[in-house]
Each structure stands twice: as structure tokens, then as C-alpha cells.
Ligand binder design. Structure first.
Ligand SMILES: [Mn+2]
Length: 311
């Protein structure tokens, strides 16, 4: 049976659309669109990512924190690649939709849709199209937002991602600017913090590549890392510390990642001192969260790149 038919059967039944922890827009967008069609709840294990708050507000979406997965007839996990990302909310029986290059959930799932494309949202769009489901404005906004996030604002992406984004704009009467405005740090204070982080950034040149490292005073390291990346960094690393809590985000340019066989998440896992926290991400982006000393961790990240790019 096609997974779209499975989805169709869930319609009207008590269903949970479960995102990975620190759900990003691709997860929330996919979950929202499916929830809208099926009529279910959207949940996350602990929290959603800061950059997704605006989208959630726009969608007026109630997100269930730490949902009781056993109380649902069906659980569909979206945009998650491994059980670790589901924490205590790891369901016993679940379906899944995902696009990550590696996925350790699929062998545990009842079934689902797996295709290592650019975003989960484009897979959900495929499903809804197969079902001839109507695409309202909010569903379009949700899916387009997810595609924008996972293509890193169209810095990368397969043909389907671009095509789907265009189709959504067309069908739902949306504009690129409307989707983009969900991600602009529209608070003047946040933009100031990003500018300040950029000014203070250290730039290391290694094998002709620009490795930029900085700290930011607001808890928006992902935005800042993306801003440095857009500025021209081949590797952008931004850390944020509040007391002992440390957040670090990193983007790596694809060309560099291929040339030096670098996987952002794998790099983080091997940096000195970073075994203490949680690492997530994939080849071109990684996130890190833990208690620790930010300055030392950032120095160790630089050292890790020195070792890899200069050898
Ligand atoms: Mn994704």
C-alpha cells in the first residue's frame, strides 16, 4: 500500500504528528500539514527551535510538549533520523516520513515514506498531492517554510525542492518574501547582536577556506551562523553561552565538505570536550548543546579544522 493511502486511512482518527526534539521548521511544517489533513495533534519531545517560533505563531499551532504517545491510535514521526532525537517520546509503534541521508528509525517503524531529498516538507507535499488534498494558505506557508529552512535559504537543494516551493507559492498565493520574513531576525536587538557577532568574528584561513568563529549575545546562534555563512564564510561557527549552558551552531560549505570529506555533525562529535553534550545535524550543519566553557570549545573547534584542513 502506498503511504499516502495509509495516511488517508488515519483521517479523523486520533493521531499524533511527532517532531524531533528542538523541532525546526521542516519538522513543524511537515507535522502541521499532515495534522491539518488527518486532523491530529503536533507534538515535540521537549521544545521547538527558537527560529521556528514565528512560524508556529503564524500557524496558530498548539504544540504538545512531551506528548503521551500511548494515548494516540497512530503516531507519525516526521523529519527525525534517529531515536535519540525523540528522547522520552520515542513511540513503540509509529509511521515515519523523513529525508535525512542516514535514518535509523526506518527499520523500527511500521512503514512510511523515506527519500533522502532536500526536505521532509517536499515529501509531505508529495503525499498531499497524491491525495488531492486541498492546500490552504497556512499549509502552504508551513511547507514552504520547511523547504526554505532545509535548503538553507536555497543555498542548496534538489530540483524537487525548488519546484515544490514554486508550486506552493502559486497554489496558495504566497510570496517568497512572506516565507522569508518568518526567518528574518526582525527584532532590531537581534539584528544588532548578529552585526556585533560578525564584527567580533575571528577569521582563520585554512587551505584557502575562511573559517569564521564568533560568539553572540542573544540566543540566536543559528541565525548568526547563517549570516556569517551568507557573508562568505566556508565554515561558520557561532556560540552562545548563558551561565554554564552552551549552544553552538555550525554551517559548512558543501564544496569544502566534499573536498575534505567533512561531516559537520561528525566533526562536532570528535572535537575535544564536545563529548559532554548533545550533537545533532548532518554533513553541512551541526548543533551542539551542553554545559561547558564556550571559549575553550570554540578554540577546540578551530584546532579540529586546523588538523583537518592543513593535513
Ligand atoms: Mn529536515
Amino acid at each position: 500500500m502506498k503511504f499516502s493511502e495509509t495516511i488517508a486511512k488515519m483521517k479523523g482518527e486520533h493521531t499524533l504528528l511527532l517532531c524531533h526534539d528542538q523541532a525546526d521548521s521542516d519538522a513543524i511544517g511537515a507535522a502541521y500539514a499532515l495534522a491539518r489533513y488527518i486532523g491530529g495533534d503536533v507534538g515535540v519531545p521537549q521544545a521547538v527551535a527558537t527560529h521556528t517560533h514565528r512560524l508556529i505563531e503564524e500557524l496558530e499551532l498548539p504544540v504538545v510538549i512531551a506528548p503521551d504517545t500511548t494515548s494516540y491510535l497512530h503516531v507519525v514521526v516526521v523529519d527525525a533520523a534517529s531515536p535519540v532525537q525523540l528522547r522520552e517520546s520515542m513511540p513503540e509503534r509509529f509511521w515515519f516520513v523523513d529525508h535525512h541521508p542516514q535514518n535509523d528509525l526506518q527499520q523500527l517503524a511500521l512503514g512510511g515514506l523515506y527519500d533522502p531529498v532536500s526536505s521532509t516538507c517536499q515529501l509531505v507535499y508529495r503525499l498531499l498531492k497524491e491525495l488531492d488534498a486541498p492546500l490552504d494558505r497556512k499549509t502552504g506557508l508551513a511547507l514552504a517554510a520547511g523547504i526554505m529552512t532545509d535548503t538553507i535559504n536555497f543555498h542548496k537543494g534538489d530540483a524537487e525542492a525548488f519546484r515544490t516551493f514554486g508550486e506552493i507559492l502559486d497554489t496558495c498565493g504566497l510570496t517568497h518574501e512572506e516565507i522569508q520574513s518568518l526567518y528574518m531576525a526582525d527584532e532590531r536587538r537581534d539584528r544588532g547582536a548578529i552585526c556585533q557577532a560578525a564584527i567580533q568574528a575571528e577569521r582563520h584561513e585554512m587551505d584557502g577556506y575562511h573559517v569564521m568563529v564568533t560568539e553572540i549575545g542573544s540566543n540566536i546562534p543559528t541565525f548568526a551562523a547563517r549570516a556569517l555563512f551568507d557573508l562568505g564564510a566556508d565554515v561558520s561557527v557561532v556560540g552562545y553561552a548563558r551561565g554554564e549552558e552552551v549552544e553552538i551552531r555550525m554551517y559548512i560549505r558543501q564544496e569544502l565538505s566534499i573536498k575534505h570529506k567533512l561531516d559537520a555533525a561528525a566533526v562536532f562529535r570528535t572535537v575535544d570536550g564536545m563529548d559532554q553534550g548533545i550533537v545533532w545535524g548532518y554533513s553541512l550543519f551541526a548543533g551542539y548543546r551542553a554545559k561547558g566553557d564556550l571559549k575553550i570549545l570554540l578554540q577546540n573547534i578551530v584546532k579540529a579544522f586546523e588538523k583537518r584542513l592543513r593535513s
